[in-house]
Structures are given as structure tokens and as C-alpha cells.
Write a protein that binds this ligand. Structure first.
Ligand SMILES: [Zn+2]
Length: 344
């Protein structure tokens, strides 16, 4: 079968690899749709490593085409999405429900084989953990390929307890920023301001529910946010969806006392900031972060898509066959594309 394989830092290719054999304790999933994420791009650009010869991809969905004789929970034809973390299920974090923080966690597409391939075979432990999740009939494979990013945004907004009365600033209108806009609106946030340097992305942000947008390349970011948010009492929660450290200093000025700033995005190799801690102290600010999602949040994502009231179709701007994956990576590196799908 064809698969996108990581070989060494900066070296990935579309290879012909062995199709997984039928195992009595596992299943085989025909991958139907997989999405390229910022982490994949970092690996592609050589900014981040992975295990040698691992099949990449951690955002994907597919159809069960083979069920091992010892597996009772699945049938051929089931539609599934994969919660892309292997956890031990027994460490303190796992016991508390935070399998995304498992001390022995392994991530699909980085540490163990992922879904940029024609077929995916989960490790039997993943089936036992419930990390292969069935999809309702009304959730499409393409939407379901976005479940992992959706679930990470659910985690982000739950950590900030976003809801009615919140005035949100989302920094960055890439796919993750836009999902933040959609979900914050869905959860009842009162006002949402979005900033990005790409006007086309800001246009999409407005279409998806942003009340105001700012292009910091054309206007002063801090002044403009303060001006726009004055009518509703200022921003109380700000989320950084792009790994630009310098923005944090500005957010410390922008966010209202007792507000929250969350680092949703990680940075590249250098992601440090010389911030004035007094601004945190004297304003009683909370500086926090979120990474990945729990299985429970992933399941909430499935329910959200199944409700039919959360249309992520607008985020999918391009689709490529698996063999053209490198073109897809190149395109995704440009800021015009939002979510780029591979259809193996
Ligand atoms: Zn654990």
C-alpha cells in the first residue's frame, strides 16, 4: 500500500510499504480521509522529528474492512475515527481522564504508525482503550478527519471555561483559529475578535461568526483591539493559535484584569518571551495553555458533528490523492489553504 513515511529529519516520502496483515486482536481500517496539520508541516520542513520509518498522520477517519477473530466491538463496514494517542490507561493522569497527558503516551504519526496510508491497523491496546471510535452514519469521513483539531479546540475552550458573557480575542485565523471562532460562538461567547495578517482568512472568520477582525499588518494591534472592545468592556479571554511569542506581551496589556491568556499553539525551536510578570500580578491574570484533547472531548466532537449544527466544510479548501501528498504539504505551507485533505 502507499503511505507517507518519515525517514529522518526533513526527509519524508510517499512509499510503497507492506499492507498490514490480519491480526486476531486488531482491525484493519481503510483510510478514507486524512488532514494535514501544523505538526505534520513542522515534520515536513525538518523542524521536528518523528520515529524513523513511521507512517505519518494523526487526523483521519475510515471504514473497517477487516475484524480480527478476538475483536467483538467492531463489524466490517463500521465508520470510525481515531483518537490519535496511545495511553497506558493506568498512570495518575489517565486515571483522572487526561489520557492526553499520559506519562507513557505515544502519538500516532510521530511515535507509532498513523493514518497517511491506504490502510491503518491500530495496536490492540488502542481498541481496548476505546480510542477507535465509531461514527454515526450522518458524519462524513471528510468532516471526521477534522475531529482531532475540533477536539483540541474543545479542550482549549473548556480549560478557559468559555461561555455566555465572554469576550474573546483569537490570535490567528488559520484552521485552528477559525475552529475557535466557530466553537466559541457555539458556546455562547458574546463577542469574538480575530486577528491575522491574511485578509482572506479574516473574511472567513467573519463568515464563521467573528464580530470584528483586525489585520495587524495594517493597523496597530493593541490599540485596535482596545478600541473595538471598549463598547463591551474589553477582552477577558485571549487565545494564541499561532506560535508567535511576542504577541503574549501585547496580550498582557490587552486582556482585562482577572482575564485569561492561553497558549494554544506551541512555537518553533525558539519560543521564548521576556514578559513583565508585574502585569500578570497586578492584573491577576491567568497565563495558561492547552495541548491535544482527552478521549471524552474527542467524543464530544463526534456528537457536535452529528448534531448537524457545526459545519466544518468551509475549512476544507483542498483535497489531494495520497500520492500527491508532497504537493499537498507545499500548498498547506502557503497561507491561502486552510485544511488540506489527503484522500488515500
Ligand atoms: Zn497514562
Amino acid at each position: 500500500m502507499k503511505a507517507i513515511v518519515f525517514h529522518s529529519l526533513g526527509k519524508i516520502s510517499v512509499d510503497e510499504v507492506q499492507t498490514p496483515p490480519v491480526l486476531e486482536d486488531s482491525i484493519i481500517v481503510r483510510v478514507k480521509a486524512a488532514a494535514i496539520c501544523a505538526t505534520d508541516l513542522r515534520i515536513y520542513k525538518g523542524e521536528r522529528s518523528a520515529k524513523e520509518n513511521v507512517i505519518m498522520g494523526h487526523e483521519f477517519s475510515g471504514e473497517v474492512v477487516n475484524v480480527g477473530s478476538n475483536v467483538k466491538d467492531f463489524e466490517v463496514g463500521d465508520k470510525v475515527a481515531v483518537y490519535p494517542i496511545l495511553a497506558d490507561g493506568k498512570c495518575d493522569f489517565c486515571l483522572k481522564g487526561f489520557r492526553n497527558r499520559c506519562v507513557n503516551r505515544k502519538t500516532l504519526g510521530i511515535d507509532i504508525n498513523g493514518g497517511f496510508s491506504e490502510f491503518f491497523q491500530p495496536l490492540p491496546e488502542m481498541i481496548k482503550l476505546g480510542h477507535i471510535m465509531k461514527l454515526p452514519e450522518n458524519v462524513s469521513f471528510e468532516e471526521a478527519a477534522l475531529l482531532e483539531p475540533i477536539s483540541t479546540v474543545i479542550n482549549s475552550l473548556e480549560r478557559l471555561n468559555v461561555g455566555l458573557g465572554d469576550n474573546i480575542l483569537v490570535v490567528g485565523a488559520g484552521p485552528m483559529g477559525l475552529i475557535h471562532v466557530m466553537l466559541a460562538k457555539y458556546k455562547g461567547a458574546s463577542n469574538i475578535i480575530v486577528s491575522d495578517y491574511v485578509d482572506e482568512r479574516l473574511k472567513v472568520a467573519r463568515e464563521l461568526g467573528a464580530n470584528y477582525t483586525i489585520n495587524p499588518g495594517q493597523e496597530d494591534f493593541t490599540l485596535k483591539v482596545k478600541e473595538l472592545s471598549k463598547v463591551f468592556g474589553g477582552i477577558n479571554k485571549a487565545i494564541l493559535t499561532v506560535g508567535v511569542a511576542g504577541v503574549v506581551e501585547q496580550l498582557l496589556d490587552i486582556v482585562q484584569p482577572q482575564g485569561m491568556i492561553s497558549l494554544f499553539a506551541g512555537g518553533g525551536k525558539t519560543f521564548s518571551s521576556n514578559i513583565d510578570l508585574n502585569k500578570i500580578h497586578y492584573k491577576e491574570l491567568v497565563l495558561t495553555a492547552s495541548q491535544n484533547a482527552t478521549p471524552d472531548q474527542f467524543k464530544k466532537g463526534i456528537q457536535l458533528l452529528s448534531s448537524g449544527r457545526f459545519n466544518v466544510g468551509k475549512l476544507i479548501t483542498h483535497k489531494f490523492p495520497l500520492e500527491d501528498a508532497l504537493d499537498a504539504f507545499n500548498l498547506r505551507s502557503e497561507l491561502k489553504a486552510l485544511k488540506v485533505l489527503l484522500l488515500p
